[in-house]
Design a protein around this ligand. Structure first.
Ligand code: AMP
Length: 371
């Protein structure tokens, strides 16, 4: 996923759900190897641990008990150093093996408090398991028995961890980043919807760089570059150029305009893997897609429009109805799903693409202004 905003701050993806799951499994395996002959009590340290505990115990296949204590030490993004015990342990823990489940250990202040809480409980043994650990800021001489992932000192949210109360519900981990400065828009729509015409008008109004992958390919074909020769056979038949080629070219176009205020992507992404590559690429720069703005036009209107355009555009793929039909087929089978991709991120904005050019521009501007 892309950049998220929580309160006044921005966060970018950092640790994926899969990486988290692998880390949870590795901690479970180590704990199980040590505790399989008894019934340990897993004690989660609320609030941040709830997702870790839920995943941990589902993965743990031996007999066990589960309980929680609630401590508080964070305010905003800084550890205050003072820890309050809000809910303590009520169980009789004498002679038992207790495994503490922590979402993250950084300075070690909370950990110190945990050791104090269990000091006089006459446990058989106290073990500490943490999903995340920040070795660079850990200041205590206290043992930690099981560590999922060691990370640098970055403020993170998600998977139970919050920034001032929010962000706990994300399934993966995000890290603090700078405020994005670009406006990046995917202009979307079937072939002939008017993306190119509108993109040029919007580019001037919003001072954005317009990248049309189709145009870049046509430019390369005209100049008989290696890329052009590669793309030509696909384009001539109305097929999509392979993702690997297109993504590489797109990245180069963005890099060429490193100082841009933002981009209008026209004709890209056209497949889910292009969309994911674009998200990841922008995220590395601390930027993201603001929205997909889609021109919605019925298909039967478009074939006529394209044939009409073919009379003057000189585009061979506009002149033959079977090639046009194939472009729609490519669109419907590979590209149209991107609506769902962006909708899932609350970034899909549809606009009626039937009308005069100025009418449509106005509709698009009202969307551009708000995203
Ligand atoms: P367009 O000018 O956007 O209609 O694109 C014309 C042709 O260029 C398409 O039919 C494809 O063959 C190729 N093309 C443009 N953009 C892409 C893309 N993002 N992925 C794959 N092929 C593309």
């Amino acid at each position: 996923m892309s950049i998220i905003k929580l309160h006044d701050k921005y966060f970018k993806s950092y640790i994926s759900e899969i990486q988290i799951q692998e880390a949870v499994e590795s901690v479970v395996q180590k704990v199980y190897a040590d505790c399989k002959d008894e019934t340990p009590i897993f004690i989660g340290i609320l609030n941040g641990c709830f997702m870790f505990v839920a995943d941990f115990v589902r993965e743990y296949n031996g007999p066990c008990e589960v309980s929680f204590v609630k401590l508080a030490s964070y305010q905003g993004t800084n550890s205050t150093g003072k820890i309050k015990q809000l809910v303590g342990v009520n169980e009789n823990l004498e002679g038992r093996t207790v495994v503490i489940l922590e979402d993250i250990i950084d300075t070690g202040n909370t950990l110190e408090e945990i050791y104090k809480i269990f000091e006089d409980k006459k446990l058989k043994q106290l073990k500490i398991a943490t999903l995340f650990f920040k070795p660079d800021v850990f200041k205590k001489e206290l043992p930690i028995d099981y560590i999922g992932i060691s990370i640098p000192d970055k403020f993170i949210v998600g998977y139970g961890l919050d920034y001032d109360g929010i962000g706990r519900n994300y399934a993966s981990i995000y890290q603090l980043t700078t405020k994005p400065t670009m406006k990046n828009i995917v202009l979307f729509g079937p072939p002939g919807a008017g993306k190119g015409t509108q993109a040029e008008l919007l580019r001037d109004k919003y001072e954005l760089i317009h990248i049309s992958t189709g145009e870049v390919f046509r430019f390369n074909i005209k100049n008989e570059t290696e890329l052009g020769l590669l793309a030509k056979s696909y384009m001539d038949d109305g097929n999509l150029v392979p993702d690997e080629v297109t993504i590489k070219m797109l990245k180069a176009e963005v890099e060429r305009n490193a100082d841009a205020k933002g981009f209008i992507f026209d004709g890209f992404p056209r497949t889910e893997s292009q969309a994911a590559a674009l998200d990841a690429f922008l995220e590395e720069k601390g930027e993201s897609i603001n929205g997909m703005v889609a021109l919605e036009v019925p298909e039967d209107l478009l074939v006529g429009r394209l044939l009409e355009r073919g009379k003057t555009s000189g585009r061979s793929d506009d002149q033959d109805e079977s090639k046009i039909r194939n472009r729609f087929n490519e669109y419907n089978t590979k590209t149209a799903v991107l609506k769902d991709y962006y909708q899932a991120q609350n970034k899909y904005f549809g606009a009626n693409g039937v009308g005069t050019i100025p009418e449509i521009t106005e509709r698009l501007c009202s969307i551009f202004d708000k995203i």
